[in-house]
Each structure stands twice: as structure tokens, then as C-alpha cells.
Design a protein around this ligand. Structure first.
Ligand SMILES: [Zn+2]
Ligand SMILES: [Zn+2]
Length: 489
């Protein structure tokens, strides 16, 4: 029994509107054929059909079908019973077909599917046609059933035959109009959508196809994903000497696809774009270390999964998150930092050499696997400042100014001490160049903390705190301890 009424269903969305199904036929009390039946059986049959009709008119279609089926058991080839049951099957199939997926997910209907019902409707319609060859109703029912089975060409033929019986039948004229539009759509001479246009790697329509020198075509991203593991053609194993940089899209193949399968192509494009531009609050993650904002460094990307990630990032906003595995929990730390790839050099062997700058920190809400790397939903986190114009805010600004003066002196002294140590010297110059404005307390406090190399748990704490003064204090302590370490050497 259905727990919802078909009346709740949205109006027809199955592409074509059905016609001539508004009502069922009432059973005549003195039906001629029933003279041969006992009066008891006849009145039972009459009652069943009338109960079925009542249920039909109140949109309890499954009940109606039950009553008609019982009537059909009593009298198997009755045109009224068949016609009414056929109408109910069609209406029910249409209801199931238009049931929104969200409803089906929460309230699955077991054992009922629209195609089964449309198939049963077709059987009844065909039986009816053999019983009442000159009735337009049977043509209308058969055409509706065929439409639900998506056999539009056959439906159109039935409509034409019906119109020869009654050229003025409104339901048939309406059905003719809608079935003509489907056949019109199909006769444009488009190539049939066979799997000739599918990529053998992702089994979907080609997106930005490339053709290898060995003559095989793949989506560009699929081919290079496969080449992250082996430089051979995935189909014929020929060694390939191509790179994403030099490899061009097959223009002709791409045009054929775009012209002939525009909807599917658009779907593929949005799929691709969601991978390259995951959205403001989603970050692909490079799991390596705790990075603080205001750092500049280089990365060598060699793992296949990260090569794929970097290619996608480079097509999008060039940003990724950097995180560490928290040694205390064994899973991804709760805070990370967004970095921007400022320079990306693909190496001939498929690796990437990156220059990155860390921008802002984020809290990781959740993360999941995507094609081997991790993607996280993040929340951007900022320090909580005392309001502008308050004593506390002035205090903070004074602390920043002092820390800035101290940092400048500290860097100068460190540079003098590092004469001869080119690597250390370069580091110090870089840090000096990265110094943010003292009018941005949060950024400044992070920068101050980058002047020393601290252990990951300490850096993670710096990301977690939203208290700028606390971060400044720690930065200053780190500098002092570094001074002492130098003095002892
Ligand atoms: Zn593909
Ligand atoms: Zn090949």
C-alpha cells in the first residue's frame, strides 16, 4: 500500500505529456454480455469495477488496480475492465516516473517501477485493441503506454492509426503534436551516441581529448594521470614523449563532441571545473608540514597523486592547503595553511618544481579522499582583536611596533653573524623581504614567528591561537632563545 497519494506528484515531467486519461468508464448495470453470468457474479463484478473507479477518482491508483485485477479474474476479456485498469497502470507509471528522487531516497517503494507498470498497461491496451478495434480509446491508451516506455516512434505510429479512425480526437491530436517533436529532434542527422566518443580511461565522453602519436585518444587529464605512473600509452603500451605543456587538444574531435553532445559536454566541463576550482571553502591538501602564513619556500612534487593535484590546482586558483599529520592523533591536524603556487615548473620526467607562498590559515572541518589525495572543507580563521580606539588595541599596536623594531635589529645582527654562510644569509634576506606592515597585527605576529625554525607542535599551536599578543610573545621568546643558542656556540 502506498503511504503517499499520487496526487502529491508534480505535474508530468517525463518529457511528453500524456493525454486522454482523465477518467475511467463506469460499468453498466445491465451489460449484455453478463446475461450468461449468474446474477451473483455479475453484481460482484459490477461492485469491483465501481470500487476501482471510486479509488481511481480519489487518486488511490494501486487500490484501483487491485479492484480491476480482481474484476479481470472474474471476467478476463472485458473491455471496460481492461480499459480502466490500463488507464490506472498508465497513471501509476507516470506518478512513479515523476516522483522526485529525494522522495524515493527517503521512502523507497519496493517492487514497483514505472517501466513494469507501463509494460502492463501496454499489454492491456493491446488486448483491448483486439477486442474493440474501432475504439479510439485503445489507441490513446496504447500510445500513452508506449510514451512511458520511451518508444516514441511506435507511439507516433499508433497515434496516426488512431487518427484514421477519428481525425478529430483531441487527445490523439495532442499526442501527435508531442510525439512529432521527439521524432523531429532525432532526425537531425547527428552521429549516434556510441561509445566511440568515450575515453577508455574514465569511460565518459571525451573532455579536452588528446590523440597520442600512436593514434589513441583520451581525455587530456586522464592521459596524464595515467602517465604519472608510466610513460606508456594506456592502450597499446607505446612509450610516449609528450607532456601536458606541449600536448594540444584534438580540435576536430573536440568540435564533433561539442556540437553533437552539447548537454553531456557541458556536464563534463562542470565536472572538470569542480575538480580544478573546488570552491571557496574547499582546499586540496598537501600533507607535509605545519606552515605559517608569510612564508616562501620551494617544493618538489614527485608522488603521482600530488602531480594530479598540482595539475588541477594550476588550472584553477593555484591554491592548496598544507597540513601535517598530528603526531598525537595520527590523523590530519585540525589547522593548516593555504599556500599559493607562485611558480610551477613541470620537469621532463613529470615531476613539478614549485615555489609557494603561504597566505592564510584555516581550520579543517572535515576531509576526504579524492583520486588519491585529500580535499578538505575549511573555515578561515582570524585573530580576535580588541576594537579600534580602545586602550587594549593601542597596547597591541605598541607591542607590534616594539617587536618590529626589535625584529629589524635582530635580523641585522643575524646577517652580520651569518657572513660567509650563504644559505643562512639568503634565508634572512628573504625573511626581511616578507615582513608585513605593522598595521596588520595578525600577519605580523605570524611573520615574527617564522624568523626561527620551531618544531611542528609549536607551530601548530601558533596556528591554533587567536590571541595576537600571545603569538607575538612566543615569537619574541623564540628569538631570545635563538640569541642564547648563538651566544653559547
Ligand atoms: Zn577520460
Ligand atoms: Zn596507443
Amino acid at each position: 500500500m502506498l503511504s503517499e497519494s499520487p496526487a502529491d506528484a508534480a505535474p508530468s515531467t517525463c518529457g511528453l505529456s500524456l493525454e486522454g486519461l482523465d477518467d475511467v468508464e463506469d460499468y453498466p448495470w445491465d451489460n449484455e454480455g453478463e446475461r450468461l453470468m449468474s446474477s451473483g457474479r455479475h453484481s460482484h463484478l459490477y461492485d469491483l469495477v465501481q470500487m476501482g473507479n471510486k479509488a481511481f477518482r480519489e487518486n488511490r491508483l494501486d487500490e484501483a488496480i487491485n479492484h480491476y485485477s480482481r474484476a479481470n479474474n472474474i471476467k478476463p476479456a472485458d473491455p471496460i475492465v481492461l480499459s480502466n485498469r490500463c488507464t490506472a497502470y498508465i497513471k501509476f507509471s507516470e506518478f512513479l516516473k515523476n516522483r522526485p528522487p529525494s522522495v524515493s531516497e527517503y521512502r523507497p517503494l519496493s517492487g514497483l517501477d514505472p517501466t513494469t507498470h507501463a509494460g502492463l498497461a501496454l499489454k492491456d491496451a493491446e488486448k483491448l485493441m483486439s477486442l474493440r478495434a474501432n475504439s479510439v480509446t485503445s489507441y490513446i491508451l496504447k500510445a500513452n503506454a508506449l510514451i512511458l516506455l520511451e518508444k516514441y516512434d511506435l507511439a507516433r505510429d499508433v497515434v496516426y492509426s488512431g487518427l484514421q479512425l477519428d481525425p478529430l480526437s483531441n487527445p490523439l491530436l495532442n499526442l501527435e503534436r508531442s510525439t512529432a517533436s521527439t521524432t523531429g529532434r532525432r532526425d537531425l542527422g547527428k552521429p549516434l551516441r556510441t561509445d566511440d566518443f568515450d575515453c577508455t580511461l574514465c569511460l565518459k565522453l571525451f573532455y579536452e581529448p588528446v590523440t597520442t602519436p600512436c593514434g589513441h585518444s583520451f581525455c587530456c587529464s586522464c592521459l596524464f594521470q595515467s602517465m604519472d605512473r608510466s610513460n606508456r600509452c594506456p592502450l597499446c603500451r607505446t612509450v610516449l614523449f609528450i607532456s601536458p605543456r606541449t600536448c594540444a587538444t584534438s580540435v576536430t574531435l573536440n568540435n564533433i563532441i561539442q556540437k553533437n553532445f552539447p548537454e553531456e559536454y557541458a556536464e563534463r566541463r562542470s565536472e572538470h571545473e569542480s575538480l580544478t576550482n573546488p570552491g571557496v571553502d574547499l582546499l586540496p591538501l598537501f600533507v607535509m608540514d605545519v606552515i605559517l602564513p608569510c612564508q616562501k619556500f620551494q617544493l618538489n612534487i614527485f608522488e603521482p597523486r600530488y602531480r594530479l593535484m598540482v595539475r588541477r590546482i594550476m588550472e584553477g586558483n593555484r591554491r592548496m592547503g598544507m597540513v601535517i599529520i598530528d603526531s598525537t592523533t595520527g590523523s590530519i591536524a585540525d589547522y593548516g595553511c593555504e599556500v599559493e603556487i607562485t611558480d610551477c615548473e613541470p620537469l621532463p620526467d613529470g615531476r613539478f618544481f614549485l615555489e609557494v607562498e603561504s597566505r592564510r590559515r584555516c581550520r579543517i572541518i572535515q576531509n576526504w579522499d579524492q583520486d588519491g589525495y585529500r580535499v578538505a572543507e575549511v573555515e578561515w580563521v582570524q585573530d580576535i582583536y580588541p576594537p579600534e580606539g580602545t586602550v587594549e588595541r593601542d597596547d597591541l599596536q605598541e607591542m607590534i611596533n616594539k617587536a618590529a623594531a626589535h625584529a629589524r635589529q635582530w635580523i641585522r645582527r643575524a646577517q652580520e653573524a651569518a657572513q660567509g654562510d650563504r644559505i643562512r644569509l639568503a634565508e634572512l634576506f628573504k625573511a626581511e623581504g616578507m615582513m608585513p606592515s605593522t598595521r596588520d597585527p595578525e600577519r605580523f605576529s605570524f611573520w615574527l614567528a617564522t624568523l626561527n625554525n620551531r618544531r611542528p607542535p609549536e607551530r601548530l599551536e601558533l596556528l591554533r591561537t587567536r590571541d595576537t599578543k600571545e603569538r607575538l610573545r612566543r615569537g619574541l621568546i623564540y628569538m631570545r632563545s635563538e640569541d642564547e643558542r648563538c651566544r653559547l656556540q
